[in-house]
Design a binder for this molecule. Structure first.
Ligand SMILES: C[S@@+](CC[C@H](N)C(=O)[O-])C[C@H]1O[C@@H](n2cnc3c(N)ncnc32)[C@H](O)[C@@H]1O
Length: 215
């Protein structure tokens, strides 16, 4: 059984990036934190916070041990982007210390905002994350063949082109692709493409794509 902690670790879903998409409760929890942990991008949303901060990058395994020891003395809040239950660091924390030692605060996911922007439902969509999984493009194509609506979290600018190339090679040229970049942020851009024209575009590293079969 997981050990009981003195202070629960609060995992806050910060939404797609702009503060306007943070919930009131999330903000309240962040304001009462003694230690704030998150990516540089999320920490920069709270420049005035007078507390200890730790930057989360690819040090996430080491930081996990740190989070556990800090939580014994302080109120630790971990910031994750979007919703904690959707491809985030929250799973590693909960698996390590148990949900009884955590409070998870939902946030608006990047995919929720992407679907809202293009005016489509997402209850009938299939979701894929390519983060650290670019080698698995074959299984991504299988999912695209099997589903009429697929949302993909891309892991870098290049992966959109790799997906398009696979679609062309698999005879799936008629799919429509929405490229939703920097959602809620200053450089937000939502564009619609056919598969062949996507090969020519540049996209941001912070991108969700939605692939539709409307044939
Ligand atoms: C580690 S995952 C986190 C997903 C997050 N938990 C969520 O619910 O949106 C990071 C990926 O989410 C997507 N993402 C997060 N914020 C985004 C934004 N503002 N605009 C576009 N895509 C975003 C990108 O595909 C990025 O590579």
């Amino acid at each position: 059984m997981a050990k009981k902690f003195i202070n629960k670790i609060t995992i806050v879903g910060c939404g797609p990036g702009s503060k306007k998409y943070l919930t009131g409760y999330a903000l309240q929890q962040i304001n009462s934190a003694e230690v704030l942990i998150g990516s540089r991008r999320l920490l920069s949303l709270f420049p005035d916070a007078d507390l200890d901060t730790y930057v989360l990058n690819n040090n996430y395994k080491l930081l996990l041990t740190r989070i556990v020891s800090l939580s014994k003395r302080k109120r630790v809040v971990v910031l994750v982007s979007g919703d904690p239950g959707f491809f985030s660091y929250a799973k590693l924390i909960i698996d390590k210390i148990g949900i009884e030692n955590c409070e998870v605060i939902p946030g608006i996911s990047s995919v929720q905002l992407a679907f809202a922007k293009i005016g489509r439902t997402w209850n009938d969509a299939c979701f894929i994350s390519l983060q650290g999984r670019s080698g698995k493009l074959a299984s991504v194509v299988k999912k695209i063949i099997e589903n009429e609506k697929v949302a993909i979290l891309t892991d870098n600018a290049n992966s959109v082109k790799l997906i398009a190339r696979k679609l062309i090679d698999s005879g799936l040229k008629s799919r429509k692709i929405y490229v939703c970049e920097n959602l809620s942020l200053e450089k937000e851009r939502i564009r619609e493409f056919d598969v062949s024209s996507i090969m020519k575009i540049r996209v941001s590293d912070l991108t969700v794509i939605i692939i539709l079969d409307e044939s």
